[in-house]
Design a protein around this ligand. Sequence first.
Ligand SMILES: NC(=O)c1ccc[n+]([C@@H]2O[C@H](COP(=O)([O-])OP(=O)(O)OC[C@H]3O[C@@H](n4cnc5c(N)ncnc54)[C@H](O)[C@@H]3O)[C@@H](O)[C@H]2O)c1
Length: 268
Amino acid sequence: MSHNLLKGKKGIIFGALNEMSIAWKVAEHAHEQGAEFVLTNAPVAMRMGEINKLAAKVNAQVIPADATSIEDLENLFTKAQEILGGKLDFVLHSIGMSPNVRKNKHYTDLNYNWYHQTIDISAMSLHKTLAVAKKQDALNDWASVVALTYIAAQRILPDYGDMADAKSMLESIARSFGFHYGMAKNVRINTISQSPTMTTAGSGVGGFDKFVSYADKMSPLGNASAEACADYCLAMFSDYTRYVTMQNLFHDGGFSATCITNELMDKM
Ligand SMILES: NC(=O)c1ccc[n+]([C@@H]2O[C@H](COP(=O)([O-])OP(=O)(O)OC[C@H]3O[C@@H](n4cnc5c(N)ncnc54)[C@H](O)[C@@H]3O)[C@@H](O)[C@H]2O)c1
């Protein structure tokens, strides 16, 4: 149901790969709520072609950009402002990838070139995005930037590998850049820490399906879906959350505050 929550707002949505992607749901819901935006993803992800279906559905243009490339990001922000006819009000960073996790490299035996890539793609890309936006003065006052993260930044999950380090860094960048961009232009920057969700990135983590059902049982409200995550992102882009910044916000049905449930205790 549309409340026109984002009417008049313009933005960029990174990371819609296929229908399962959290960014895909954000794009659909943002469109329903009256936002105008461009979609972007890495050129290699474009080749799968799915994003064009989404673009047609939400009436958006697609601008390829590798989020580790300053040149690509400069082009993205310049073109997005041209297409949308002005500065932007929101950005969704929904990007994550670890070659070490993909190739089952144990955390104690990382390939360091891949480790660099994990950090560059999954964390530093947020810094680069914000730095380019700030240099171009591409964001309106009170604009809202959201990056998606995971509780492995605070608590160990053995198979999440070096992605845990990337997520810790991502959350730190949101806090640090949130301070500087807030002081300069009242731009707010937050991370949303989402429940485990069956997507392409999620299912790359070993034992993921078991972990999804464990997390579901450990959460008083159950796991938050990708659809629900999209709604939370929209709330953060809206004017109803204008004084929330530099936070890591758990969107996990209560998982992060739960030590044990009776159901799980009975299984012991
Ligand atoms: N699925 C989960 O369980 C879960 C839980 C918490 C947080 N998250 C986070 O949500 C975000 C979105 O992931 P998802 O679960 O929707 O999976 P997804 O695989 O659909 O999305 C990941 C996206 O990152 C993009 N990407 C990879 N390298 C890139 C690059 N160099 N430049 C630009 N884009 C690049 C991919 O093309 C893809 O679109 C990620 O940050 C992920 O870590 C996911």
